[in-house]
Design a protein around this ligand. Structure first.
Ligand code: UD1
Length: 430
């Protein structure tokens, strides 16, 4: 297991290119299963989560052709997915265990081939992560669903039927799965209380290019008029707002100035407002965000995570790291996941002053300085928070178990090194 070593104290200056969004790429790759024609996806990030999903699709019989392309001087990945005839309709435990978002094969395989067996993903470090909305919506669309030996076994006679489904939570995963299933259903499906994250709009854009008929993009009511067949398309993945938000915090904490290229400020309005209130200068252009904290006196701000356009839960840990060195107190409330404060004990080992109240809130009282320590990554975003703490801590921080970071941050050390961080990966034999 690799480790990352950081010597804190360097302010970060320069430009960072923001990659394609992992959370848009995962459902979009699975949408390629809705057609027997090739689907080419550009601007894919080089991440272990994408590799894990590719391994599952290969196992289903998808042909995958990968090539690297220059986009504005930045090397990106372009992959063509072609599934003329699947060789399996089973998503086995070993694949789903590695990558929960493997559940995005459920809607497409069921809608196109009438049968799917998906290992139930179960919970993960940040919470229970149920799938009840995905399954009950498919049942309302005519699917017969059983849970057998840890697998969801789903069947339909003929085609799925359009239905009006109302989600009890605005789930990103369920919105994507039901959008994909409804695209090939007979009749019209209406999703009420759909999630509105920009990654969903990206999926809708691809599905529309494939021939789907969808109304209500960027709203919480989506209407999908099912069609009999979808065709191939080429799609460019939207930029990763969570990666951009994470590096914005790095500029703020190190009192540097970073220009985040290929970032869309519209997707980050709530977190950027918080950064401004913290005392950081934030300027935006149509495709970049400039975060300047050179003269900032950081002031703690409360954070409440919520569905988009609220504050993203996937930036909670990074902003908590920022509040650790801001003056005053900041109340951080996590409303989406029940166990998303695992970074707290690790930040406290570095000298942070945090009090957790129950499962949902924490009071962070800013300290003058953090001090380096060996710490442990617990999940993807928590790991980035520890890197941030290491960048401003006195001394040498070692972040263990960095495979979490490789799931979601492309070329992390290279991006940080290029803007002046003292960071390196220590490779350990497997
Ligand atoms: C996605 C993101 C994840 C992010 C989360 C919330 C991907 C691959 N992952 O996860 O990074 O933290 O959105 O923005 O895009 N829920 C149910 N029943 C369900 C489904 C969800 O009760 O059937 C609840 C969950 O417990 C949670 C809330 O709905 O409290 C949001 O979950 P959801 O949006 O589905 O998260 P994911 O799609 O798994």
């Amino acid at each position: 297991m690799d480790k990352i070593k950081i010597i804190g104290g360097n302010p970060l200056f320069g430009k960072i290119y923001i990659s394609g969004a992992k959370n848009a790429a995962l459902p979009i790759i699975c949408a390629s299963l809705l057609t027997d024609e090739p689907v080419t996806i550009k601007n894919l990030p080089f991440l272990s989560d994408i590799k894990s999903l590719n391994a599952l699709l290969l196992q289903l019989g998808t042909q995958i052709e990968e090539k690297q392309e220059d986009y504005n001087g930045h090397l990106t990945n372009s992959i063509t997915y072609h599934t003329p005839k699947p060789t399996s309709l089973i998503a086995p435990y070993d694949y789903v265990r590695k990558m929960r978002a493997s559940y995005y094969v459920l809607g497409p395989l069921l809608a196109k081939y009438g049968h799917v067996e998906l290992s139930l993903p179960g919970g993960c470090a940040i919470g229970a992560r149920p799938m009840d909305i995905h399954l009950s919506s498919l049942e309302q669309m005519g699917a017969k669903i059983e849970i057998k030996n840890g697998y969801v076994v789903a069947d339909i006679d003929g085609r799925l039927r359009g239905a009006r489904v109302s989600f009890h939570s605005a789930s990103v995963g369920a919105t994507c799965n039901i959008l994909m299933a409804a695209a090939l259903a007979e009749g019209t499906t209406i999703i009420e209380n759909a999630a509105k994250e920009p990654e969903i709009a990206d999926l809708i854009n691809l599905l529309t290019d494939m021939g789907a008929v969808i109304e209500g993009i960027n709203t919480s009511t989506l209407t999908i008029h099912g069609v009999e067949k979808l065709h191939g398309a080429t799609h460019y993945i939207v930029n990763d707002r969570i990666e951009a938000g994470s590096y914005a915090v790095a500029a703020a904490m190190t009192k540097g100035r970073l220009e985040l290229i290929n970032a869309d400020a519209d997707f980050l309005q709530t977190p950027l407002d918080i950064l401004r209130k913290t005392g950081v200068k934030v300027e935006t252009t149509p495709n970049s965000i400039i975060v300047d904290a050179q003269n900032a006196v950081l002031q703690g701000q409360d954070i409440y995570t919520d569905y988009y356009p609220g504050f993203p839960t996937d930036l909670q840990a990074q902003f908590m790291a920022l509040m650790c060195i801001a003056s005053g107190a900041a109340m951080v409330t996590e409303s989406i996941w029940e166990n998303r404060f695992m970074h707290v004990p690790e930040l406290m080992r570095m000298g942070a002053n945090i009090n957790v109240h129950g499962h949902a809130s924490a009071i962070v009282r800013g300290v003058e300085k953090l001090s380096a320590a060996p710490v442990m990554s617990t999940d993807l975003r928590a790991s980035f928070a520890l890197i941030l703490a290491g960048l401003v801590a006195e001394g040498e921080t070692i972040v263990n178990r960095v495979y979490h970071l490789d799931r979601g941050y492309e070329h992390l050390e290279e991006k940080f090194k290029a803007v002046g961080a003292n960071i390196e990966r220590i490779k350990e034999p497997d």
